[in-house]
Ligand binder design. Structure first.
Ligand code: HEC
Ligand code: HEC
Ligand code: HEC
Ligand code: HEC
Ligand code: HEC
Ligand code: HEC
Ligand code: HEC
Ligand code: HEC
Ligand code: HEC
Ligand code: HEC
Length: 301
């Protein structure tokens, strides 16, 4: 069953409370609104889920334009005689309106989708309106499309936009992933609105091969991916927070290896600087996430 069906009856009540004097019938018919708002863009709403009169839950089976814009009699009437501007909810963040009051127009029908958990989410706490992300007059709402979503988020999240352009990043800019591959926009059990309960569980949900368990764990890798990786973008290879050897040396002693003598002969390719060039530590310790090899205790195979 669609979530909306569950709130449909409650919704009838909401409308009565929100707009006294109005039942399910519009005070001003959509046709009347459209005589003045006859811009072709206005008709696009009939190509969206909201414009489907056959769906009993949709605005057009209820108060039509007024389901969202509020009672329009005064507005339409005074406009008709060239009078002043009567208030219509226009979702324009005008002085005196709050995100909450704008959102109320949507919440009457969508409590089932975003409802209670929305309250208290990072976006709700920061007074975002539904329409800061959603465009309901467009045939396809850009924020719900993988190819156009990030642009909507980037309007406010510049840092993540910059990250997405770095040499190593998750492939959001190639439209292979969206922000909502990892984030819930409406609510979540985590601060950063993650889709899983912890950061590492989120990473494992796609990078299942790195989940282990390994015969030889590398302690930090089974504990928290963000000890070594950025989530959005990095100037270092493989989204690393910094490059080896510095990365590795942030935890491991820099004083070298007790059991390796630093003569050219003891090193691969007779290269005395194998500790720091190219793959650096990874030249030997390839299995940085853990090893299942019988002799992989030093993460070399
Ligand atoms: C008699 C003409 C007329 C009718 C009928 C009419 N409007 Fe308007 N409406 C206007 C004009 C004129 C504006 C101001 C446009 C502008 O400033 O660009 C406007 C503005 C708006 C705005 C923009 C926000 C604002 O307040 O400036 C919305 C939303 C709106 N109308 C919705 C509706 C709805 C919904 C209906 C039907 C219930 C409706 N209108 C009926 C003439 C009309
Ligand atoms: C599902 C809710 C909803 C319904 C139904 C709806 N609107 Fe809107 N309308 C909005 C929102 C939200 C905006 C703010 C801009 C946006 O998100 O597209 C808006 C913006 C507008 C604007 C001003 C912006 C502009 O682009 O000129 C007008 C005028 C308008 N609507 C008229 C109408 C009319 C006429 C109808 C009925 C045919 C209607 N709306 C039905 C939600 C709705
Ligand atoms: C009168 C009830 C009603 C109101 C008011 C309403 N919606 Fe909807 N909305 C619906 C219905 C019905 C659907 C289609 C649901 C479905 O397909 O299950 C829908 C679908 C949506 C979708 C999904 C669109 C898609 O492409 O799948 C979004 C996003 C949405 N609404 C946002 C909003 C926002 C934002 C507002 C306030 C500006 C709003 N709605 C107001 C009834 C409503
Ligand atoms: C930060 C941006 C953002 C805000 C703010 C936002 N949404 Fe959404 N919404 C999205 C995205 C992104 C999706 C698509 C979800 C996906 O792809 O997983 C979505 C999907 C939806 C859907 C489709 C059904 C569903 O649950 O997936 C509805 C309905 C909806 N939003 C309603 C709302 C309402 C009502 C509000 C205001 C209380 C709101 N949204 C606020 C970004 C937002
Ligand atoms: C209108 C501006 C705006 C838009 C659009 C917007 N956000 Fe936000 N977002 C905020 C604000 C403000 C905060 C809270 C302050 C902060 O942490 O930056 C926030 C917080 C977040 C957080 C949590 C940050 C934390 O530390 O708790 C995530 C994740 C997030 N947004 C993702 C998204 C995604 C994904 C989209 C697009 C679907 C999006 N946002 C669209 C303004 C926006
Ligand atoms: C691969 C998963 C993933 C993708 C894709 C993703 N994020 Fe995040 N995001 C995270 C994780 C994990 C965090 C937790 C903080 C961190 O970076 O350690 C986070 C944190 C955030 C924050 C909070 C600030 C911060 O950096 O801590 C914002 C805002 C945010 N993301 C926005 C976005 C936006 C916008 C997009 C789309 C362009 C996006 N994210 C795509 C995983 C992702
Ligand atoms: C929704 C799926 C998904 C989630 C969740 C996810 N990733 Fe990824 N990750 C990908 C995809 C897809 C690629 C690109 C693979 C490719 O290009 O072959 C990728 C690539 C990477 C790369 C290699 C980047 C490079 O430049 O070579 C690293 C490192 C990485 N992810 C780490 C993480 C971490 C850490 C997390 C958790 C914060 C995470 N991923 C969460 C899907 C995901
Ligand atoms: C101790 C540091 C460290 C931790 C912790 C760590 N990684 Fe890595 N990861 C690396 C290094 C170093 C590379 C680069 C390997 C290379 O260049 O060959 C890498 C590469 C990757 C890659 C790219 C291709 C591959 O499979 O080698 C992915 C994906 C990845 N890590 C995901 C994760 C995930 C998911 C986690 C958490 C479960 C995690 N990493 C934890 C250090 C770490
Ligand atoms: C966040 C801290 C941290 C980072 C960064 C880190 N390690 Fe480790 N590493 C550990 C811990 C903790 C152990 C487990 C030590 C133990 O069991 O005595 C370990 C174990 C190892 C071992 C096995 C040691 C043994 O005696 O079994 C090797 C090899 C190793 N790390 C190599 C690396 C390399 C190479 C890098 C860089 C890609 C790296 N580590 C980055 C914390 C880290
Ligand atoms: C030329 C190959 C090579 C390179 C390069 C290399 N290691 Fe090792 N590393 C080894 C070998 C071989 C051992 C195993 C020594 C043993 O069994 O006692 C080892 C052991 C370790 C251990 C376990 C220490 C112990 O007491 O057993 C750690 C931690 C470690 N390396 C970290 C690093 C870090 C960090 C780097 C980069 C700065 C690095 N290694 C570069 C070959 C290398």
């Amino acid at each position: 069953m669609r979530p909306l069906a569950a709130v449909a009856s409650a919704f009838g009540l909401c409308l009565l409370l929100a707009a006294p004097g109005h039942a399910q019938q519009p005070g001003v018919d959509a046709d009347a609104c459209l005589t003045c708002h006859n811009d072709e863009r206005m008709l696009l709403i009939f190509r969206t889920p909201h414009g489907q009169g056959a769906d009993p839950d949709s605005p057009f089976a209820n108060q039509q334009c007024e389901s969202c814009h509020g009672a329009g009699e005064d507005h339409a009437g005074t406009r008709g005689v060239g009078g002043g501007h009567a208030p219509v909810v226009n979702f324009d963040h005008e002085p005196g309106t709050t995100a909450e009051s704008e959102n109320a127009a949507c919440m009457g029908c969508h409590t089932g989708n975003v409802g209670l958990p929305w309250n208290g989410s990072a976006h709700e706490r920061n007074d975002l309106a539904c329409v800061d992300c959603h465009s309901v007059h467009k045939p396809t709402d850009p924020v719900t499309m993988q190819s156009s979503q990030a642009e909507v988020c980037f309007d406010c999240h510049r840092e993540q936009q910059a990250d997405s352009m770095k040499p190593s990043s998750h492939p959001v800019r190639f439209d292979v992933m969206a922000c909502t591959s990892c984030h819930n926009p409406h609510h979540s059990t985590t601060d950063a609105l993650l889709k899983r309960d912890t950061l590492t569980e989120l990473c494992w949900s796609c990078h299942t091969d790195l989940k282990g368990p390994y015969v030889f764990e590398h302690a930090p890798a089974s504990e928290d991916c963000s000890l070594c990786h950025e989530s959005h973008g990095s100037i270092h290879q493989a989204l690393l927070t910094r490059s080896p050897p510095l990365l590795c040396q942030s935890c491991h002693s820099q004083s070298g290896h007790p059991s390796i003598s630093f003569t050219p002969d003891s090193l691969p390719g007779n290269n005395p600087s194998a500790m720091v060039v190219g793959g650096s530590c990874l030249n030997c310790h390839r299995q940085v996430h853990g090893s299942n090899h019988p002799s992989g205790s030093k993460l070399m195979r």
